[in-house]
Design a protein. Sequence first.
Length: 106
Amino acid sequence: MVAKKSTDKKALKKPATPRTGKRAATAASRTLRKPTATRAAKIAAGSTLGQTGRAARTGSRAASAAGRALARKVTSREGRKSAGSALAQAPRKAKRRTPKKVAKPK
């Protein structure tokens, strides 16, 4: 018997690229135009809009601002959406490896 090749749609999809979608871009635009939006939410929204249409990564300052915007309860729905998009496109931090403690001989 000859094994058939898998042709399901999931196997043929390309891996996701870190690009801002239409909904997140719209939410970021609304956040930037909102006069009551916090500074952190506006920084995250600017980062989100800057990545629309191209593969880019969120910088550390914008990722930090996005985290602050998500942590605050006063951040609007659009602000949270754009901050989440900015954080999703941030590079992951490498885990710190602590050196093993070696017992000193007495």
